[in-house]
Design a protein around this ligand. Structure first.
Ligand SMILES: Nc1ncnc2c1ncn2[C@@H]1O[C@H](COP(=O)(O)OP(=O)(O)OP(=O)(O)O)[C@@H](O)[C@H]1O
Ligand SMILES: [Mg+2]
Length: 271
């Protein structure tokens, strides 16, 4: 039998419940030659959190996402997923890059959706979705197909399974790309401006799918210029400029009542 709630437990709910950290980035630095693109980024993403990252072009948003799932080698700091170091094995003070096979398994835990869809053009929609679950995770093809059809239903494209990407609209292709990433059952989904290559009338259908995922409790990091989406869906908004996190907080604070001059300046141009 559980004890009745006390004043103390009542106080901790629901706002102050400590949620499990899924993704932790600490002191992340990344340079391309002389250009230091990320100058020490710290952030944490909790389970079920939707974090929107905003900021001017060139501020390092894509580089940050790419560094998170080790599509880039990093120069300093660390990325941890469920407490596990991503991309490297630590030997004393040294970091050794993990072998490609181990990296592939780690990346599978972070679904990535890009601006440009990146579907395999020579494969049907269904083949695109089952490729990695079967090839990387070793899932039974029949089971993978069943799950792929369910995912296609979820993004509203069940009837497109036998089609090729070129036969789909941009919005449909992006929804397939989301289903493909979800097929790996990732711990977190990383979206890099998923709607910015789309015609305006196709943006809504992709954002609607993302809203559904957020509602279902998927952990998401979304680089976006869609301020309406950020305001409506994000649990936290992070503003980046010049390779640093300038401001982070609840959408209503960062977007409607920003504290830092650089955030104010950026928002005055985009809102
Ligand atoms: N592979 C690369 N080699 C050299 N420089 C790069 C490379 N990738 C990115 N950069 C540089 O790093 C900086 C940050 O780029 P990044 O793509 O992360 O910015 P962003 O915030 O995503 O911008 P946008 O909003 O335009 O997508 C830019 O100055 C860019 O030119
Ligand atoms: Mg970018």
């Amino acid at each position: 039998m559980s004890a009745p709630p006390t004043a103390a437990t009542a106080q901790t709910a629901p706002d102050r419940v400590e949620r499990e950290v899924v993704l932790r980035v600490t002191g992340l630095k990344k340079r391309y030659g002389p250009l230091e693109v990320l100058k020490g980024v710290d952030l944490t993403v909790e389970r079920g959190e939707v974090m929107c990252i905003i900021g001017p072009s060139g501020s390092g948003k894509s580089t940050l996402l790419r560094s998170m799932n080790h599509l880039e080698e990093i120069d300093a700091g660390r990325v941890e997923l469920d407490g596990e170091l991503v991309g490297y094995r630590q030997r004393g003070h040294k970091y050794v890059t993990l072998p490609e096979k181990v990296l592939a398994k780690q990346r599978a835990k972070m679904g990535m959706v890009f601006q440009s869809f990146n579907l395999f053009p020579h494969m049907t929609v269904l083949q695109n979705i089952i490729e990695s679950p079967v090839g990387v995770l070793g899932q039974d093809p029949k089971e993978a197909k069943k799950e792929a059809m369910a995912l296609l239903g979820k993004v509203g494209l069940a009837e497109k399974a036998p089609f090729y990407p070129r036969q789909l609209s941009g919005g449909q292709q992006q929804r397939v790309a989301i289903a493909r990433a979800l097929a790996m059952k990732p711990r977190v989904m990383l979206f890099d401006e998923p709607t910015s290559a789309l015609d305006p009338e196709l943006v809504g259908e992709v954002l609607d799918v993302m809203k559904d995922l957020a509602r279902e409790g998927l952990t998401m990091v979304v680089v976006t210029h869609e301020m309406g989406f950020a305001r409506e869906v994000a649990d936290s908004v992070l503003f980046m400029d010049g390779g640093v996190v300038v401001e982070r907080g609840k959408p209503r604070d960062v977007l409607l009542n920003p504290q830092m001059p650089r955030t104010k300046d950026f928002l005055s141009k985009v809102l």
